[in-house]
Design a protein around this ligand. Structure first.
Ligand code: NAD
Ligand code: IPM
Ligand code: MN
Length: 356
């Protein structure tokens, strides 16, 4: 029987609370299926580990993780450790070292999810945002000159390589073709006169190979406006690292909130493990109270099942999340309920029992 080896990095704040539920759900899915299993290995890395050891993870962490089929990550970052250290030495390091250059973020309004937009029905927001995840504005390139002096200068360089730009755009075209959906590129060629002019030209160039895919291209400011005014116009979306980061929090806001938003960091060639995570952070404001919403983590578990080829279970998990919200008997507090993180996990598992 196939046993998937999963490295669990629950991380900080609400990370362990929500990931605990995702692990329980995955274990139950494997039992119900009977044809595959999971072997979870927990790594205690994160900000507490940093305060004890001076490192977010050990020096050989990347070698250790490379032996796994996937990484399941909660959240990283906590007051007491500067965010640029905690994130660069763990989350961003893993994304970069494992060349997880595709970040797949579904922005989908499920039945029962609260939507702050007027007159938008479930199903009317149904996007897949493909965020470039390896370079762009988050390449970590730059300099800090004359620190603390009156002539101080900082440079944060956006890095857009031909390889990096082409492969993410091609991935999005392939996905749009496979799903029979439109593809929208979001960029900013009017002001970013090198990087985004280049991005737009690569989009046009690659697009010639996909005459069957209907395309659109928006400036990011206008796209943000349309995310709110007319989100139905977007199906598959491809965009740069920074724009994708910001737009998917906006996407979360219009489809039920951060407690529901999931993301998959993929190395499509499968040379390295891919990583699955809720896109929210460690939520220090509610950490330790057992009230965090685990649905984003469970949604990202469904992305993991899809990636392993168990799309049927991936869909069933989304169905279970939807049923939970429609029934509204075991809702977490961010969705207006009073159920604890653990009770929401229990309720999802109870819904899955119909597949016994
Ligand atoms: P955040 O996502 O942690 O929280 C934003 C707001 O959303 C908070 O009010 C929080 O309570 C709420 N929220 C988030 N997830 C929730 C959930 N599952 N259930 C209920 N409410 C939820 O963002 P932030 O406050 O900007 O960042 C906090 C820390 O997390 C920082 O250190 C930041 O760098 C880090 N961070 C990490 C990741 C990651 O690990 N992937 C992502 C974003 C932020
Ligand atoms: C996300 C997060 C990270 C990102 C941060 C924590 C570095 O906000 O996954 O969206 O910007 O990629
Ligand atoms: Mn983000």
């Amino acid at each position: 029987m196939k046993k998937y080896k999963i490295a669990v990095i629950a991380g900080d704040g609400i990370g362990p609370e929500v990931i605990g539920e995702g692990v329980r759900v995955l274990e139950r899915v494997a039992e119900l299926d009977g044809g595959f299993g999971f072997e979870f290995t927990h790594f205690p890395w994160g900000c507490e580990y940093y305060l004890e050891t001076g490192k977010m993870m050990p020096d050989d962490a990347i070698a250790t993780l490379s032996e796994f089929d996937a990484i399941y990550l909660g959240a990283v970052g906590y007051p007491g450790v500067p965010d640029h250290i905690s994130l660069w030495d763990l989350l961003l390091k893993i994304r970069h070292e494992f060349d997880q250059y595709v970040n797949v973020r579904p922005v989908k309004l499920l039945k029962g999810a609260p939507c702050p937009l007027k007159g938008v029905a479930p199903g009317e927001i149904d996007m897949i945002v493909i965020r470039e995840n390896s370079e762009g504005e988050y390449a970590g390139a730059g300099d800090w000159l004359y620190r603390g002096q009156p002539n101080e200068v900082v440079l944060q360089t956006g890095v857009f390589s031909r390889k990096g730009t082409e492969r993410i755009i091609r991935y999005a075209f392939e996905l749009a073709r496979k799903e029979g959906k439109t593809l929208t590129s979001i960029s900013k060629g009017n002001a970013l006169n090198y990087s985004m002019v280049f991005w737009d030209s690569v989009f046009a160039e690659v697009g010639k190979e996909y005459p069957d895919v209907k395309c659109a291209s928006y400036l990011v400011d206008a796209a943000s406006m349309f995310f709110v005014k007319d989100p139905g116009r977007f199906e598959v979306v491809v965009t740069s690292n920074l724009f994708g980061d910001i737009l998917t929090d906006l996407g979360a806001a219009i489809t039920g909130g951060m407690g529901l938003a999931a993301g998959a960091n993929l190395n499509p060639e499968r040379r390295f493990p891919s990583m699955f995570e809720p896109i929210h952070g460690s939520a220090p404001d509610i950490a330790g109270r057992g009230i965090a919403d685990p649905l984003a983590s469970i949604w990202s578990a469904s992305q993991m099942l899809d990636f392993f080829g168990h799309e049927c279970w991936g869909e069933r998990l989304i169905g279970a999340i939807e049923q939970l919200m429609v029934e509204a008997k075991a809702l977490p507090s961010d969705l207006g309920g009073t159920s604890s993180t653990h009770e929401v996990g229990d309720a999802i598992i109870a819904i899955l029992e119909k597949y016994r």
